[in-house]
Design a protein around this ligand. Structure first.
Ligand SMILES: Cc1cc2nc3c(=O)[nH]c(=O)nc-3n(C[C@H](O)[C@H](O)[C@H](O)COP(=O)(O)OP(=O)(O)OC[C@H]3O[C@@H](n4cnc5c(N)ncnc54)[C@H](O)[C@@H]3O)c2cc1C
Length: 349
């Protein structure tokens, strides 16, 4: 029997960050992950964006989340010897005069945005209403997740398998799964939690995103380019191009319909030909109020959750995981906005 403090289910960005901060706090951890090829973290572009949505609203808690995320990713880059964090400008093309006006109203004087003195990419992009520069970053999840997986393997802290909930034994003080006994199990299994009977109270609003990998001959940049669709550089001339939002979907596979919609957006953005090399799809794990979901189950204290990262896993996960670890160590009170108990109608006085 292997005894640990925490069994973490899932090694997307949520399970990666939670296990990392638990290890940093001196806890014994096993992560169990079935390496689903199209998990949200394996398909995401990894963009960290200081403004949200089409109206350029400042992103929630950004001034707190961003410096913490940057420091965490840089620390992991150094430890794992793989570059995972890049600060980038998002070249944001205004689709209309109205959007340009909205940008100027919302962002005047902030530190994250500016209007360029001259337009770039004139040979590649149609930009009759001009463009703005938004200062963000990307996290290379396709490098970070496997590198951190190897780190866990080397510490014998990884089980590469699917956790079958029907084989999980839960008591008031611990859980048993196979030959692992853990004081607590924390579900970081993304959209799979929607089928977990312990958390059936949570109102999830999962949504599917589809993406194309496209080659744009001649376009070589480190900027993210955005106008309806977002181009994120992967290699010279190769871009992640996405993504769609679909709430009503049959499965998590790529569809011809979304390919058509993504290609239409690409044609509106690009003046030049491009070549589609691949199409990917995954489901974002979002709660109905779009806030993270963390905490221990009110009736089963050996069971916890860290989920609901929605569209912003890369900016939210480091700070929220570290905060949850502080709470588990009884050093902090859980932020009410992310407390899982909001779904159990348990309010804090
Ligand atoms: C198309 C798309 C684009 C996105 N772009 C961005 C972006 O640019 N920036 C950003 O910040 N966010 C982005 N997101 C959102 C981001 O991907 C999510 O917020 C984040 O990945 C959620 O991470 P997670 O760890 O909670 O879940 P997941 O990434 O889904 O990870 C869950 C893990 O659990 C494992 N698992 C599930 N069930 C079991 C089980 N029973 N046993 C063992 N293992 C299990 C899976 O294999 C997986 O590894 C995007 C999402 C999509 C779909």
């Amino acid at each position: 029997m292997k005894k640990v403090d925490y069994l973490i289910v899932g090694q997307g960005i949520a399970g990666t960050m939670l296990s990392w901060f638990l290890l940093q706090a001196g806890k014994k951890v096993i992560v169990i992950d079935d390496a689903k090829a199209n998990s949200a973290s394996r398909v995401a572009a990894g963009i960290i964006n200081p403004v949200s949505g089409r109206r350029f609203e400042p992103a929630w808690l950004y001034d707190t989340l961003y410096p913490f995320a940057k420091a965490t990713y840089l620390q992991l880059s150094a430890l794992l010897e793989v570059p995972v964090f890049t600060e980038r400008e998002l070249w944001t093309v205004f689709p209309s005069q109205q959007m340009r006006d909205a940008f100027l109203t919302k962002t005047t004087g902030d530190a994250y945005t500016e209007l360029p003195s001259a337009l770039k990419y004139e040979a590649f992009l149609d930009q009759p209403y001009g463009a703005a520069i938004v200062k963000g970053a990307t996290v290379n999840l396709r490098a970070l997740l496997p590198a951190y997986r190897r780190y866990l393997q080397e510490r014998e802290s990884l089980l590469e398998q699917h956790l079958d909930l029907t084989s999980l034994e839960v008591t008031a003080t611990h859980v048993l799964y196979g030959d692992v006994q853990a004081d607590k199990i924390i579900f970081c299994d993304g959209v799979a939690t929607t089928g977990n009977p312990f958390f059936s109270n949570i109102k999830f609003l999962p949504n599917k995103g589809e993406v194309l990998l496209v080659k744009v001959p001649g376009l070589v940049t480190t900027d993210i380019i955005k106008k309806g669709i977002t181009l994120v550089p992967q290699e010279p001339e190769l871009f992640w191009a996405g993504s769609s939002f679909v709430w009503d979907y049959e499965n998590d596979h790529p569809t011809a319909r979304q390919r058509e919609i993504l290609e239409k957006s690409l044609q509106q953005l690009l003046k030049l030909p491009y070549e589609v090399q691949d199409q990917l799809a995954a489901v974002r794990p979002s709660g109905n109020d779009r806030r993270p979901i963390a905490g221990l189950h009110p009736e089963y204290p050996a069971i916890g959750i860290f989920n609901g990262l929605g569209t912003k896993g890369c900016s939210l996960a480091p700070f929220m995981a570290a905060h949850f670890v502080d709470v588990l160590a009884a050093n902090a009170l859980l932020m009410p906005e992310i407390d899982v108990r909001r779904y159990f109608n348990i309010l804090r006085g």
